[in-house]
Design a protein around this ligand. Structure first.
Ligand code: SF4
Ligand code: SF4
Length: 315
């Protein structure tokens, strides 16, 4: 990593570069932390699931021993190294392991809250485990509460609880509803869901040199390769023409089309848009309905808090 960072600094002198990575912290030490803090524009996401009993249920060394003690020792080293560094951040990503309940969310939040005073812009993002990544014995417990992360985030936001959980997800949902297209007359215009222009906002290069639209996309047609650049004709075919042809029948009749948050992530195969791309649309529509309702509750009951929405931009 140091080699890559120094190479980027040396090679790209006319641009501001920002660096970011995710770590489980097990190999970090004072020397590494000091170097990372000296780089500037460095954004580190640490994978910590919560207190020891929560974290060690899934995160263990090869010998089965939990990693929490070592991780938290190293997290403190990192926080200490970054506490006075400007333009850099240290944040936490916490994977919610079962049970999926409000109590569990509170437990995780209370554990991390103390770090808010130790480091600037600290926040925790809680995410669900990737499909298939949990041990089988957990499955029954995952069925308890649906959509708990989103509901907990919005509830805390609405009631202004003291949390360290990243509010950005809530603002993004509100932003999408606030900026939906409203016309005096019904319009036939169908937007391209929430898809980016591939390669325009960002690109992601894998270790073999293949280029993709972003690091979140998973399986997807490549945009090109570092040796020959981006192939615009293939990009146009795979990401615009074919995507559009296979989506229009579902999307043109969908009431949520102007607020749809769906993009290419998890909807592509290595060749094209997946046949299963629209299977979960009803779930998305329910989420959009709940976002609409949440937005109007905020507008009704707390318009002052919502004012900030005119100063932010996510696109
Ligand atoms: S998350 Fe979706 S919209 Fe954002 S860059 Fe990746 S593919 Fe594009
Ligand atoms: S929810 Fe599905 S059908 Fe509706 S606009 Fe989004 S992708 Fe299209």
């Amino acid at each position: 990593m140091k080699y890559a960072i120094e190479y980027a600094k040396e090679t790209i002198r006319d641009k501001v570069i920002s660096y970011g990575f995710t770590t489980n912290l097990t190999l970090l030490n004072e020397k590494i932390a000091k170097y990372l803090a000296s780089v500037g524009n460095m954004h580190i996401l640490c994978s910590i699931d919560g207190p020891e009993d929560v974290h060690d249920r899934c995160r263990v060394f090869k010998n089965g021993e939990g990693t929490h003690k070592q991780v938290m020792k190293n997290f403190d080293i990192l926080v200490n190294a970054f506490k006075n560094v400007k333009n850099s951040t240290v944040k936490v990503n916490s994977v919610l392991t079962p049970p999926f309940t409000f109590e569990k969310m509170n437990y995780i939040n209370n554990y991390f809250n103390k770090y808010k005073n130790k480091i600037k812009d600290f926040s925790v993002e809680i995410t669900y485990p990737v499909d298939g990544s949990l041990p089988e014995e957990f499955y029954d417990e995952t069925l308890q509460v649906s959509n708990v992360i989103d509901r907990w985030n919005k509830d805390s936001f609405y009631k202004k609880y003291d949390t360290c959980i990243n509010e950005e997800m809530v603002w993004k949902d509100l932003f999408r509803i606030h900026n939906r297209l409203i016309t005096q007359q019904a319009s036939n215009w169908v937007p391209f869901n929430a898809c980016c222009v591939p390669g325009a906002r960002r690109i992601y290069v894998d270790t073999k040199g293949y280029i993709y639209p972003c690091e979140r996309i998973g399986k997807a047609p490549i945009l090109g390769h570092v040796d020959y650049g981006i192939k615009l004709d293939e990009l146009l075919k795979n990401y615009i023409i074919d995507y559009s042809k296979k989506s229009i029948d579902s999307c043109k009749n969908c009431w949520a089309v102007k607020m749809c948050p769906i993009c290419y992530v998890n909807r592509m195969t290595e060749k094209e848009i997946s046949e299963k791309a629209h299977l979960n649309c009803e779930l998305y529509r329910q989420a959009i309905k709940s976002d609409l309702s949440f937005y109007h509750s905020m507008l009704n009951n707390n318009p002052e808090r919502l004012k900030k929405i005119n100063e932010i931009s996510y696109y």
